[in-house]
Design a protein around this ligand. Structure first.
Ligand SMILES: *Cc1c(COP(=O)(O)O)cnc(C)c1O
Length: 401
C-alpha cells in the first residue's frame, strides 16, 4: 500500500497526477462548463452512474476535484466537496442533515450568517436551534431535546476564544445517535482535525486561512463517509447549486500549498504579540487559546497543535476608546475576515457581531471594548511598533479628558 503523505507533502501533491495532464507541473485550470461525450452511449452510461467521467461542471470539474481530494486528505476525511462560499457549505450540510421539526444544538457562539441561516430555517421550516456552552458532557446532555438531530459547533469560538470540548461532544453524539458538524475555519486543518475526535463533518470558509491571500470567497465540506459525501454531491450540492468555480479552486490550490508555512508564521507572530500585549497597561484582558491566562488552556493543548493566528483583547475604556484605537493604527488594516497575509483588526460589537442583541453579546462575553486581531505575515517588530504607537495615542487622549 502507498504510504499516506504527511501534511506538508499532501497540500502540495495530493490528488494530482501530471501524467494525465500533459505533464503540467501545476494543476491546469479547466475553465469549462460542460464536457463532450465520445458517443451517445457514453453519455447514457455517465448519467446512469455506470461509468465515471465528467458530465457538467455543477456535478464536478477536474480542477475543483484536485482541491477536494487534497482537503479530504489533510482533514483526515473520506471525501470533500467545494462550494462557492463558506456559507454555501454550511447551508448544504444543514439542509442534508435536517428536516422540518428537527432541532440543531449549537455551540454558544457561531458565525453570524450561520445564526441567520438557522433563524430562516426556524421561521420557514420549523427547524429549531439553541446555543449553549459545551464544556463537558453533562452540559451538552442537559440541552438535548427529543427532536435534536445535529450538534453544530465552532471551536475556538469567534471572537471570545472559548473552546468546545470535542471529546465530550462526540461522547454525547454517540450515545444519542446524533450527527456532529464542526466549523474548523479558525484553526485550519493544520492546527485541529475534528474528524480525529469523532466529528462526521468538518467545514471551512476557504476564504480565510486555506486561501490566505484575500482574493477568493469559497467553502469546503469534508466528511468521514465517502458514500455520504457522494450522496450530498448528487443531491443538495447539485440541486441547490452552490458550487465553487474552477478559477477559485485553482487559486485555492495555489494558496493551499503554503498553508503550513503561513500558519507557522501567523502563530509565531501571534505568540510574540500576545507577549507584547501582556506588558501593555491599556489592555485589560487577552483571549488566546495557548495563553496561560486562558481558562481552557489544557483543553486547547489537547485539541489544537498550536494557539492560532487570532488574538482578541479588551482595552481600557469602552466603545469610543476601542474605535480610537483602531483609528490610530496605520500598518494594521481595519477589516473583517481573517487569515490573510495582511494583519487585520475589527471591533466585533459594531462589526461582525453587531446583529447580536447587546444582552446576548454580554452573555457571550463580547464587550464594547473587545477587539479582534488577525495576525498577518508582516515583520512582527513592525506590527508591534504600530500597536505601540496606537496605545500611546489613546493614552494621551485619555489624559486630555
Ligand atoms: C467567514 C466565516 C464563515 C463564512 O464563510 P464565507 O466564505 O464568508 O461564506 C463561516 N464560518 C466562519 C468561522 C467564518 O469565519
Amino acid at each position: 500500500m502507498k504510504q499516506k503523505n504527511k501534511f506538508e507533502t499532501a497540500v502540495i501533491h495530493k490528488g494530482y497526477d501530471s501524467t494525465v495532464h500533459h505533464d503540467s507541473l501545476t494543476t491546469p485550470l479547466y475553465q469549462t462548463s460542460t464536457y463532450s461525450f465520445a458517443n451517445a452511449e457514453q453519455g447514457e452510461a455517465r448519467f446512469a452512474g455506470e461509468q465515471g467521467g465528467n458530465i457538467y461542471s455543477r456535478l464536478g470539474n477536474p480542477t475543483v476535484r484536485v482541491l477536494e481530494e487534497r482537503m479530504a486528505e489533510i482533514e483526515g476525511g473520506a471525501g470533500a466537496l467545494a462550494f462557492g462560499s463558506g456559507m454555501a457549505a454550511v447551508s448544504a450540510i444543514l439542509v442534508h442533515l435536517t428536516k422540518a421539526g428537527d432541532h440543531v444544538l449549537c455551540s454558544r457562539g457561531i458565525y453570524g450568517c450561520t445564526f441567520g441561516l438557522l433563524s430562516i430555517m426556524e421561521e420557514k421550516y420549523g427547524i429549531t436551534h439553541s446555543l449553549i456552552g459545551m464544556i463537558d458532557e453533562q452540559q451538552i446532555e442537559q440541552a438535548l431535546r427529543p427532536e435534536t438531530k445535529v450538534i453544530y459547533v465552532e471551536t475556538p469560538i469567534n471572537p471570545t476564544m472559548e473552546l468546545v470540548n470535542l471529546r465530550a461532544v462526540e461522547a454525547v453524539a454517540q450515545k444519542h445517535g446524533l450527527r456532529v458538524v464542526v466549523d474548523n475555519t479558525f484553526s485550519s486543518p493544520y492546527l485541529q482535525n475534528p474528524i480525529d475526535f469523532g466529528a462526521d463533518f468538518v467545514l471551512h470558509s476557504a476564504t480565510k486561512y486555506l486561501n490566505g491571500h484575500g482574493d477568493v470567497v469559497g467553502g469546503v465540506l469534508i466528511g468521514a463517509d465517502a458514500e455520504e459525501m457522494q450522496l450530498i454531491r448528487m443531491t443538495v450540492q447539485k440541486d441547490f447549486g452552490g458550487i465553487m468555480s474552477p478559477f477559485d479552486a485553482w487559486l485555492l490550490i495555489r494558496g493551499l500549498k503554503t498553508l503550513h508555512v503561513r500558519m507557522d508564521r501567523h502563530i509565531d507572530n501571534a505568540e510574540k504579540i500576545v507577549e507584547f500585549l501582556q506588558g501593555e497597561q491599556a489592555v485589560n484582558r487577552i483571549l488566546y487559546p495557548f495563553d496561560a491566562g486562558h481558562p481552557q488552556m489544557a483543553l486547547a493543548k489537547e485539541q489544537m497543535r498550536r494557539g492560532g493566528g487570532l488574538i482578541s483583547f479588551e482595552l481600557e475604556g469602552g466603545k469610543k476608546q476601542a474605535q480610537e484605537f483602531l483609528n490610530a493604527l496605520s500598518l494594521i488594516k481595519i477589516a473583517v475576515s481573517l487569515g490573510d497575509a495582511e494583519t487585520l483588526i475589527q471591533h466585533p460589537a459594531t462589526m461582525t457581531h453587531a446583529v447580536v442583541p447587546p444582552e446576548e453579546r454580554e452573555k457571550m462575553g463580547i464587550s464594547d471594548s473587545l477587539v479582534r486581531l488577525s495576525v498577518g505575515l508582516e515583520n512582527v517588530e513592525d506590527l508591534m511598533a504600530d500597536l505601540a504607537q496606537a496605545f500611546a495615542q489613546i493614552k494621551s487622549n485619555l489624559q486630555e479628558i
